[in-house]
Design a protein around this ligand. Structure first.
Ligand SMILES: O=C(O)CCC(=O)C(=O)O
Length: 194
């Protein structure tokens, strides 16, 4: 029997175009720039090239968390509680991110919360228009056919387009060949599965 569980959930206009531009400009000036793979309990080596910035914005975080909760209720119904600090990614020509999962095998708590937790839902919001760059497709693994992976494209076209998916889903960003791509990425935690 086919598994009918949704792979991902797309929403549009979760942020206005102006909000997206403001976020890019603000984060480039004020965000904390980090190298990828700063969590010591990563299960596998990260293979990517992109500039990453971390930032906190309660209003944006709460708004996006509401969208994730709605998507979760429609599709997966897992217990969720909070969102990590937001990440803005800037991809320039040559940048990419190979297949990976966002979740870790062990619960974590670098934020000194009461309980350990685990990443359960990931989301990506386009902060600029697809016409501003080439390549840079976000793809999610949907299965296997003839020993080859099959995938679905996340279809992030317009600023404010959002994709929500379980953090255990393998995904990648193909190489950018022209222009700049900006995305806002977030991870929503819930209690460990066991
Ligand atoms: O920028 C994107 O589209 C996705 C980035 C990503 O996969 C990640 O940060 O885990």
């Amino acid at each position: 029997m086919l598994n009918t569980l949704s792979l991902c959930h797309k929403r549009t206009n979760v942020l206005t175009e102006k909000q997206c531009t403001n976020i890019v400009n603000w984060v480039l000036r004020n965000g904390t720039r980090e190298k990828p793979g700063t969590f010591s309990n990563r299960d596998s080596k990260l293979d990517r090239n992109a500039n990453l910035y971390f930032f906190n914005n309660r209003e944006v975080s709460e708004k996006l968390l509401d969208h994730v909760q709605d998507a979760n209720k429609t599709n997966w119904n897992v217990k969720l509680n909070f969102c990590e600090p937001l990440q803005m990614s800037e991809y320039n020509p040559g940048d990419f991110y190979t297949w990976h999962k966002d979740s870790f095998s062990k619960p974590m708590n670098p934020w000194n919360r009461k309980e350990d937790s685990i990443r359960k839902m990931s989301f990506v919001v386009a902060l600029n228009d697809k016409s501003e760059y080439e390549g840079g497709e976000l793809q999610l693994v949907s299965g296997w056919q003839n020993e080859k992976v099959t995938y679905r494209e996340a279809q992030l076209y317009r600023p404010g387009d959002m994709i929500v998916f379980p953090s255990l889903t393998d995904h990648r960003v193909t190489k950018i060949t022209k222009g700049k791509r900006y995305t806002l990425v977030g991870w929503v935690h819930g209690p460990p599965f066991i």
